[in-house]
Write a protein that binds this ligand. Sequence first.
Ligand SMILES: [Zn+2]
Length: 310
Amino acid sequence: MNKIDIERKIYNSILQSRQDAEHQADVRYYKALQNAEFAEIDKQIRATIIEKAKTEFDGKNSKKIDEKIKALKEQRAKILEKMNMTLNDIRPQYACKICNDTGFVGNSRCSCFQNAVSKELFKFSNLSETMRKTFEDFDTNIYDDKKFGEKILLLAKQIVDSKGAYRVPIVLFRGEVGAGKTFLVECISNELLNKNVAVIFMPAFELSQKLLEWHLGTLEEKNVLQQAFIDCDVLVIDDLGTEPIYQNVSIEYLQNIIDIRIMKNKLTIVTTNLLPEAFLERYGDRLGSRLYMSDNALKLEIKNRDLRKK
Ligand SMILES: [Zn+2]
């Protein structure tokens, strides 16, 4: 799923909840009409409202009718009370009182819509609750060379600002263990999520398992995984080179994902500690050239001593 699919899914569920609320109110209203006293007063209110409209249409003062409607409504409230009901029972109870489950306030999205999209995007991202680092947590001082830290931060911000439509479809961060690669892509992923971009964050180990599932799964499972990896706006693969490789599966499927994503101009961000020779040896020429040699890929060496030792 990409961002548009997620937004559509949420919007449909908001409209569904509106329909449900209205349907339930209708059911309770028709039930209340079984009570003759209620039915009578309800009929009178309706007739008086029409009378008011006619009076106003004729340009006459409707103040007296307003008072009549008010009195009738008070009577109706008392009848409802006798029936152990309130006015709320015969009115739709929308989940969001701001937009009445329409998803919009004027031309802008209601906060309920926006929050649901953010929540769904986060759920979809595969980032755990503990992985919520953003650029606010980014301290350029942790780099051996502060200038270099600033350069990385600038690049990361450019990637985020592009919302996934970056100038190249592949960004590869190489660095030794503990150089802060995962932290960097975690920040980028969360910042993209905050901009409502559909990101999937996949540690390579997990990716390897998923690709095996894809290979062995039913058609439906295959579709779900294909949609996730190929359609997401940004795919982040963390620590490629540490995962087990399943023959005829891991490399072939990964290659396929990367090829299609490049073709569709969708951004894939990869981190690895493998140097080019080791990378090519492990993944072969085709995948190696896509990620390491191509003009479509931006490669950056994260130079840093082991952050965990600092
Ligand atoms: Zn709302």
